[in-house]
Ligand binder design. Structure first.
Ligand code: URP
Ligand code: ZN
Ligand code: ZN
Length: 463
């Protein structure tokens, strides 16, 4: 089966140019102006459209047990919603249950995805328990294509690991080429502040932010980078939320260290004022790290522009307001942490980034697709439009008007963090490995067609 996409404007991380794209089977065969239509089984006209490499969301939590419940999107509904928004690859997190082997968690997450994923996916492993054997287990997982690990410096007693564990894992990845993803917040300090707040009867959602200061994030980012420096390993800070934390990453990068960081649309577009909404409404915005004061987002946008931040992911971790967020009605610490966003990342970053002049369209592609592919061992199979790459292509309508709303979104969650946001620019047609899976709002894919991606170690960005 061959498909020709004609008359579009190809956008890569480096350049923008008019060209046609010829797809043969599941790969891109050729990119050039004026490819003859004769011989192609199918022709798609992309006049006036941008042709982007499929979005890569390297931070999602589908079907994840957390906070006494399970995130509301599974691998079917979550990957479907991702595709509607122009994301064709995601990297989710398997969680090692304490006292068990990481390999068991990999099997568990494969079962969750099997028969359900509609787009390709990779897995990071969340490490909660690293005995001596665990170091070799890290190597075995890398050999199976799980080339990145998340460690938590927060959530004591649940997911948090100590500095010795972090340092051992970093030292191992210095040898095996994997990338450590760090949830950087000082969990011990936060725990003390949280207990004080509860003792004073402070139970509303806003206290989620007031008990997790930006300094606790910056301190942990600094410590994580210092440990990575001693270990001689790269480190990737996940869901960076504040100027304070950003300064730590920038200083490290200025010193030439392989420190990388992502932020998410919620930290760029929302603020602590959303957490302070009346009644229990603020619970919709309870995720970790918390939303910050309004002076932080402009700094994060500057960080994205100047490459102090390298990636925009979503940290999609949806919980329904009515029956899941409600678990914390009387105690903010019981509100399941996480928010939905897998569908809206490209729309929001294109509109507020490119349309509003904060970043170029090429930087947009780099942030949402190319750099995640490079850092997480998927490049050049994914993250680029080039001959030989997977034909994961978004035909992007830069003029499409779209109103973000829970009434129309495809995520299985009863609210939107971006309710009422009007954006210009949306995915018109989405191809995954040469197959049209979304076209003009119609769903054309099927559960189970998404494949597990074995990712390479040493993504190369720091080599
Ligand atoms: O609140 C959040 N971010 N939930 C998902 C888990 C995590 O820490 O990424
Ligand atoms: Zn985290
Ligand atoms: Zn997360």
């Amino acid at each position: 089966m061959s498909t020709l996409i004609r008359n579009g404007t190809v956008v890569t991380a480096e350049k923008t140019f008019a060209a046609d794209i010829l797809i043969e089977g599941d790969k891109i065969k050729d990119i050039a102006p004026g490819i003859p239509a004769s011989g192609a089984d199918k022709v798609i006209d992309a006049t006036g459209m941008l042709l982007l490499p499929g979005g890569i969301d390297c931070h999602t939590h589908l079907d994840m047990p957390f906070g006494g419940t399970v995130s509301s999107d599974d691998f079917e509904t979550g990957t479907r919603a991702a595709a509607f928004g122009g994301t064709t690859t995601l990297i989710d997190f398997a969680i090692q249950a304490k006292g068990t082997k990481m390999r068991d968690a990999l099997d568990t997450w494969w079962k969750k995805a099997d028969g359900r994923a509609t787009i390709d996916y990779g897995l990071h492993m969340i490490v909660t328990d690293l005995g001596e054997a665990g170091l070799e287990d890290l190597d075995s997982l890398v050999a199976e294509g799980v080339a990145s690990f998340k460690l938590f410096m927060a959530y004591p007693g649940v997911l948090m690991v100590d500095d010795a564990t972090i340092f051992k894992a970093l030292s191992q990845t210095a040898k095996n080429g994997a990338l450590i993803c760090m949830h950087a917040e000082n969990g011990g300090v936060i725990d003390v502040i949280v207990k004080r707040a509860l003792a004073e009867g402070k139970t509303a959602p806003i206290y989620h932010a007031l008990t997790r200061p930006a300094t606790a994030e910056a301190e942990a980012v600094h410590r994580a980078i210092a440990m990575a420096e001693i270990a001689g390993a790269p480190v990737y800070i996940v869901h960076l939320s504040s100027e304070d934390a950003l300064n730590q990453v920038r200083e490290a990068r200025d010193r030439g260290l392989p420190a990388f960081a992502e932020t998410c649309p919620q930290y760029l577009l929302l603020s602590v004022e959303d957490l302070a909404r009346p009644g229990f409404e603020g619970a919709k915005y309870v995720f970790t790290p918390p939303l910050r004061e309004k002076h932080h987002p402009p700094k994060l946008w500057e960080g994205l522009k100047n490459d102090h931040l390298q990636v925009v992911s979503t940290d999609h971790c949806p919980f329904c307001f009515a029956d899941q967020k409600a678990l914390g009605k009387d105690d903010f610490t019981k509100i399941p942490n996480g928010g939905p966003g897998i569908e809206n990342r490209l729309q929001l970053i294109y509109h507020h980034g490119v349309n509003e002049g904060r970043i170029s369209v090429n930087r947009f592609v780099e942030l949402v697709s190319t750099t995640p592919a490079r850092l997480f061992g998927l490049y050049p199979r994914k993250g680029v439009l080039a001959a030989g790459s997977d034909a994961d292509i978004v035909i992007w309508d830069p003029h499409a008007d779209h109103l973000i709303s829970a009434k129309t979104h495809h995520m299985r969650v009863d609210y939107s963090m971006f309710e009422g946001f009007r954006v210009k620019g949306n995915a018109r047609t989405v191809l995954s490995r040469g197959e049209v899976i979304v076209d003009r709002g119609n769903w054309l894919s099927r559960p189970g067609r998404g494949a597990f991606l074995k990712r390479a170690a040493r993504g190369g960005a720091w080599a």
